[in-house]
Write a protein that binds this ligand. Structure first.
Ligand code: BTN
Length: 321
């Protein structure tokens, strides 16, 4: 538990070994690898032993080393330009907990914590998030000094990026349910949840000091709940969590590097399945009923209620009614 792989200087050698083995049609000898990587043959051998222990199918024959593609790994060196910022865990309580510690101890903007499995995965509104092996569980640490009222744009960007990837890369009919659930539309009255987003924010005098966005996606795991579904169940085949996370990191960075709030919001609205529908919104101790008319510049849901006029709701659970 909590065993982390993050020695980034060593990781870059592993990244190079894997790339060389993947790109080569012939086996590569220890000598060739050691020359190409400028490390000793003993070092090459040690890295290869470690990679084998981690599950890579590397074979050593008289002509040298060769590799067969195998599992879907989430080790840092699998993420090219992002590898230095990834902290990988086989198992941890919650990536939110690790991310908070990292954020408090001065990690750079863009750090990502990923785990194969969480023992105490957390959901919104103090719920638990079952985190069995096969799902994708990660937290992105955002350190941009911006006014706290703009924090919504990061979680909106995250749900939009996830939903877009589902539609564009996997041809899955994804929509967003305010505030940030990603659902799959089975028909206009049946939706099942495929991904959820949780944010943990630290504010200092109205400005964001860090914002940790935790994202859980049902990929190859069995979600357990009837109201949820996984990509594997929908597509009938396992999906590479590595490719999914890589696409997310790339698209999320592009969307948030120079945020255009108007564009983000209008795109987000076009994915949002509650707008112009009759909804019930539950917040602790209160329920609103009415038509969801808009989502405003601060991410709040505006509903035209039956008897309390227009209401602006900043957080809660929203259901079609
Ligand atoms: C929700 O829909 O309630 C939000 C779920 C968020 C789950 C993710 S999994 C990675 C990160 N670590 C956690 O403990 N929770 C978030």
């Amino acid at each position: 538990v909590n065993k982390e792989i993050s020695d980034h200087s060593e990781n870059s050698i592993k990244q190079k070994i894997i790339r060389l083995l993947r790109d080569s049609r012939e086996p590569l000898s220890g000598e060739v690898l050691s020359r190409k990587l400028s490390v000793s043959r003993v070092a090459v051998w040690k890295h290869i032993q470690k990679l084998k222990e981690l599950g890579y199918r590397i074979f050593s024959q008289a002509q040298g080393y060769s590799m067969e593609e195998s599992e879907d790994f989430l080790y840092p060196w699998e993420f090219q330009e992002y590898s230095d910022r990834i902290h990988f865990f086989f198992e941890t309580e919650s990536t939110m907990k690790v991310a908070r510690k990292l954020a408090e101890s001065g990690c750079p903007h863009g750090t990502v914590v990923v785990a194969e499995k969480q023992t105490h995965g957390r959901g919104r509104l103090k719920r638990i998030w079952l985190s069995d092996k096969g799902g994708l569980y990660f937290t992105c640490i955002i350190k941009r000094s911006e006014q706290m009222s703009y924090s919504w744009q990061y979680s909106f960007a995250a749900s939009l990026v996830v939903a877009k990837i589902f539609r564009e890369q996997y041809n899955l009919p994804a929509v967003i349910k305010w505030p940030n659930d990603v659902l799959i539309e089975f028909d206009p009255s049946e939706y099942r949840k495929i991904a959820g987003i949780l944010s943990d924010i630290q504010i200092e005098s109205e400005y964001i000091s860090y914002l940790n966005l935790g994202i859980g996606i049902n990929v190859n795991n069995k979600p357990g709940l009837k109201t949820a579904v996984s990509m594997k169940e929908l597509l009938g085949r396992p999906v590479s969590r590595r490719d999914l996370l890589y696409s997310f990191l790339r698209d999320f960075e592009n969307t948030t590097a120079h945020p255009d709030r108007q564009k983000l919001l209008s795109e987000w609205r076009s994915y949002c399945m509650v707008l112009n529908k009759n909804v019930r919104v539950e917040i602790p101790g209160r329920v609103y009923q009415g038509i969801a008319v808009d989502v405003d510049e601060e991410g709040a849901l505006i509903i035209q209620t039956d008897n309390q006029g227009e209401q602006r709701i900043l957080f809660g659970d929203c259901f079609l009614s």
